[in-house]
Design a protein around this ligand. Structure first.
Ligand code: FE
Ligand code: FE
Ligand code: ZN
Length: 275
């Protein structure tokens, strides 16, 4: 069955997010583990996570996707910033065990002029320092648009990070349609070729989640500005083709389009109908 949802605010807790996504026709969702610009997380409310687990089981929410703050940079030139990223991620993964068996996505980082290779090494070192054999959460590297000095705009870069991680079975990839498009992968005209390249370089078995976004910019723009579905350079048909692809159809699809809840509700309804 199609797993579709959107990014929700976590400010009122897990049970609230569960009820909210069901109320707008979804069955999966994404949320920030804490303020997207970093900072400390609220103490975990165990009554809330327990109530959410019950609600999720009763309402067919099979998987949820946590998103790390997007300011975390495990390949900063500043060791204090790298250390903060590692400690924040370790804390997030610890908290994720209250909702076991889900997904935790993060932006690999920006090497800020140190070079892609140096960045890849630092990101892999960070992961090797914090992944635990007993964790039930799968950590996902997000495909990036390649703006600035972002690591992860090429599939090869994600592959190199994965190659250097010891606990590979804890790792996967989240494909963001806007990001891969902006990075230059032509999912509009050549979706099968792009997925074949993903398979050749990374392996489609590593793909565990999809961010469903249109793009405000043309192919290869390296911008990363999300657009509403059907209003950008990717278009509804290209997005539906990816959602229907045999290698992707079991994955959770989360919208990160510029919308409030009512806009997300309309996009979820539209994609479900067309799907
Ligand atoms: Fe992201
Ligand atoms: Fe994304
Ligand atoms: Zn983005």
């Amino acid at each position: 069955m199609l797993k579709i949802g959107c990014h929700l605010s976590a400010s009122r807790g897990y049970l609230h997010m569960g009820k909210e996504i069901i109320s707008i026709g979804g069955n999966t969702f994404q949320f920030f583990t804490r303020n997207p610009r970093g900072g400390s997380a609220k103490p975990l409310d165990e009554a809330d996570t327990a109530a959410f687990r019950q609600f999720a089981a009763e309402h067919g929410i099979e998987v949820i996707l946590a998103h790390a703050p997007y300011t975390l940079n495990g390949c900063s030139a500043d060791p204090a910033i790298r250390d903060f990223a590692a400690r924040t991620m370790a804390d997030d993964l610890q908290r994720m065990e209250a909702t076991p068996g889900n997904l935790y996505n993060f932006h690999p980082g920006s090497h800020v002029g140190q070079g892609t290779e140096a960045g890849i090494t630092m990101i892999a070192d960070m992961l090797n320092g914090l992944l635990r054999p007993d964790q039930t959460t799968t950590v996902l590297l997000e495909t990036m648009a390649g703006k600035g000095s972002e690591v992860g705009g090429r599939f090869e870069e994600l592959r190199e990070i994965l190659d250097r991680v010891t606990l590979k079975e804890k790792m996967g990839v989240c494909l963001d349609t806007c990001h891969v498009h902006d990075a230059g992968y032509d999912i509009v005209n050549h979706p099968d070729e792009v997925l074949a390249e993903f398979d050749r370089v990374i392996g489609l078995d590593r793909l565990r989640a999809v961010h469903v976004n249109d793009s405000k910019n043309p192919l290869g723009a390296r911008k990363d500005r999300h657009e509403k579905i059907g209003e950008g350079f990717i278009g509804t048909e290209a997005i539906l083709r990816l959602m229907r692809h045999p290698a992707l159809r079991e994955l959770p699809f989360n919208l990160e389009t510029p919308n409030e809840l009512d806009g997300y509700e309309r996009e979820i309804r539209m994609l479900k109908e067309l799907y």
